[in-house]
Design a protein around this ligand. Structure first.
Ligand SMILES: Cc1ncc(COP(=O)(O)O)c(C=O)c1O
Length: 456
C-alpha cells in the first residue's frame, strides 16, 4: 500500500466502475470514471493542482500570493486544497446558483468567497468572471487562474485522465461522454483518445438552455436560457472547448438530469451530482443504439453530498416541480408543517379533567385534541362537541376526560399517498401520523389546506 507525502499526491488514478443495474437490457458495457473519488470530490482536483504548478513553473505566482478564480465551486475546491498545502491564499467568485454546500466547503478550506448574481449577462460588470478579473487586477501578488482558457486545464486531462481510461479499458473504449463546462475534460481526454484511436466517439452532454450544441452543429451563437444543473453548459464559448475532438453534443433537460443522477445513486451506489446525471442520461440513450462490442466510459464529475439541499432532496424537487417518481406522501406534509409549527403534539391524558382540556383548547387555539397514554392514542376530543356537552351539563367540567372522549383519530403511516390522507380527513377532523408504528405528528383539516399547496 502506497503512502503519500501530501494530499496533492492522492489526486487522479480514480477507479473505473462497471454499471450493473441502471443499464439492464442494454448491449454495450458501460463504465463510470469515478472522478468523485478525488480528494476534493470532483474532476476539478486535477486542474487545481496542474494550474498552480504551471503558474509556479512559469513564475506567474510568488510564495504567499493570492489565487483568484471564477468557479461553479469544484475548481475552487481543487484549487483551495492545493493552495492550502502550498501556502497560497484563495479568493473565489461564484454565482448565486451554486449550492450552499459548495460555498461552505470553500469557506471551510479557508477561502474567501464572493457571490454574484447568476442572472446577469456576460458583458455586465457584475458577471462573475468579470468580477474575478477585476479583483485580480486590484490584488497585489495575485493571479487569475482562468480555467476557461488556461492550457494547464485540458493538458492535465490529456496527460492523466485520458491515459487512465485507455489503460483501464485496455484500449477497448469506443465512446467517451463528458459534460462541457470549461471544456477542459472533454478536450483533453478527447484529444488523447482520438490520437490512440480516431474511431473513438467523443460525446458532450449539455443542458437544454446552454449554447454548445447549436454552436457545434451550426457555428451559430445563440442566447443562453437558465437551467438548474450546475457546472456544465455556457452562454458563451470558452477557449478551452476544442470542437475538433467532439463528435456530437446532446441536450438534456433538468428533470432528466436529476432523475438520472438519483438513479445512479440508488441503483449503482454511485452518489453523484447533477452534471453526472446529464451525462448518465446521455450514456443510457446512446447505449440503446449500440452493440455488445461497444464500451462506453462516462465521467462522474462530483459527489452528491454537495447537492443534498438541492436535487437529492425530494422537497426541493417537488418545489421546483421536478420530481419524476412516486406520488407525494404524508411525510412531506409533516416536514412542511414542522417548518412553521415547531412544537410537539399537544395532547391530553384520559385521567385529566374536562376543565384541563378546555384550558388547553383555549391556550393553544386548537379545535381538537388527541387523548394519549404513554405515546399511544386512547381517544379524542373535539372542542365544539365538548362545549355543547358543557352547555347542557356544566358539572361535566370536573369529570375525567375518559368519561366523555370519542374514539381515537385514525393512525396513518407517514409513507401513505397524500390523496389517501385527504380521504381520511373527510371522515375525521384529524389524523395521527405514525413512523414505524410510533405516533410522530398530528395533521388536521386545517394543516392540509395550509401546507399541501405545492404537494398536490
Ligand atoms: C459539477 C461539474 N461537472 C462538470 C464540469 C465540467 O468540466 P469541464 O470544465 O472540464 O468541462 C464542471 C466544471 O466546472 C463541474 O463543476
Amino acid at each position: 500500500m502506497k503512502v503519500y507525502n501530501s494530499i496533492l499526491e492522492a489526486f487522479g488514478n480514480t477507479p473505473l466502475i462497471k454499471l450493473n443495474n441502471i443499464n439492464r437490457g442494454l448491449k454495450p458495457a458501460v463504465y463510470a470514471k469515478l472522478e468523485s473519488a478525488n480528494p476534493g470530490g470532483s474532476v476539478k482536483d486535477r486542474i487545481g493542482i496542474s494550474m498552480i504548478e504551471d503558474a509556479e513553473k512559469t513564475g506567474k505566482i510568488k510564495p504567499g500570493g493570492t489565487l483568484i478564480e471564477a468557479t461553479s465551486g469544484n475548481t475552487g475546491i481543487g484549487l483551495a486544497l492545493a493552495a492550502t498545502v502550498k501556502g497560497y491564499n484563495t479568493v473565489f467568485v461564484v454565482t448565486d446558483k451554486v449550492s450552499v454546500e459548495k460555498v461552505n466547503y470553500l469557506k471551510a478550506l479557508g477561502a474567501e468567497v464572493i457571490v454574484c448574481p447568476n442572472s446577469v449577462k456576460h458583458d455586465s460588470p457584475d458577471y462573475y468572471i468579470n468580477v474575478a478579473k477585476r479583483i485580480a487586477e486590484e490584488t497585489p501578488n495575485s493571479l487569475f487562474m482562468y480555467q476557461y482558457s488556461n492550457p494547464a486545464n485540458p493538458r492535465i486531462h490529456y496527460q492523466t485522465t485520458g491515459p487512465e481510461i485507455w489503460e483501464q479499458t485496455k484500449g477497448k473504449v469506443t465512446h467517451f461522454i463528458a459534460g462541457i463546462g470549461t471544456g477542459g475534460t472533454i478536450s483533453g481526454v478527447g484529444k488523447f483518445l482520438k490520437e490512440k484511436n480516431p474511431d473513438v466517439k467523443i460525446i458532450g452532454a449539455d443542458p437544454f438552455g446552454s449554447i454548445f450544441r447549436v454552436y457545434h452543429e451550426q457555428r451559430k451563437l445563440t442566447e443562453g436560457i437558465p437551467y438548474l444543473v450546475e457546472g456544465i453548459g455556457q452562454d458563451c464559448i470558452p477557449e478551452n472547448v476544442d470542437f475538433t475532438y467532439i463528435d456530437s453534443i446532446v441536450n438534456v433537460s433538468d428533470i432528466d438530469s436529476f432523475d438520472a443522477a438519483r438513479r445512479l445513486t440508488r441503483e449503482e451506489g454511485i452518489f453523484c451530482g447533477g452534471s453526472t446525471g446529464t451525462i448518465v442520461h446521455t450514456a443510457l440513450k446512446l447505449a440503446e443504439n449500440l452493440t455488445e462490442k461497444d464500451v462506453i466510459v462516462f465521467i462522474v464529475c462530483d459527489t452528491g453530498e454537495r447537492y443534498l439541499s438541492k436535487f437529492h432532496s425530494e422537497e426541493w424537487l417537488r418545489e421546483k416541480r421536478l420530481l419524476k417518481e412516486s406520488p407525494p406522501v404524508l411525510r412531506e406534509l409533516v416536514y412542511k408543517k414542522r417548518q412553521t409549527v415547531r412544537r410537539p403534539i399537544v395532547s391530553v391524558h384520559a385521567k385529566d379533567t374536562v376543565k384541563q382540556a378546555v384550558a388547553v383548547f383555549n391556550k393553544d387555539g386548537l379545535s381538537q385534541l388527541p387523548v394519549m397514554d404513554f405515546g399511544e392514542t386512547v381517544g379524542s376530543l373535539r372542542e365544539a362537541k365538548v362545549m355543547a356537552s358543557l352547555l347542557e351539563n356544566p358539572a361535566l367540567l370536573e369529570s375525567h376526560i375518559e368519561d366523555i372522549m370519542e374514539p381515537s383519530f385514525p393512525c396513518v403511516d407517514e409513507k401513505t399517498d397524500l390523496h389517501a390522507v385527504k380521504k381520511h380527513l373527510t371522515e375525521s377532523p384529524a389524523i395521527l401520523v405514525t413512523e414505524y408504528g410510533r405516533i410522530i405528528e398530528i395533521i388536521t383539516r386545517y394543516d392540509i389546506l395550509e401546507f399541501s399547496d405545492d404537494l398536490i
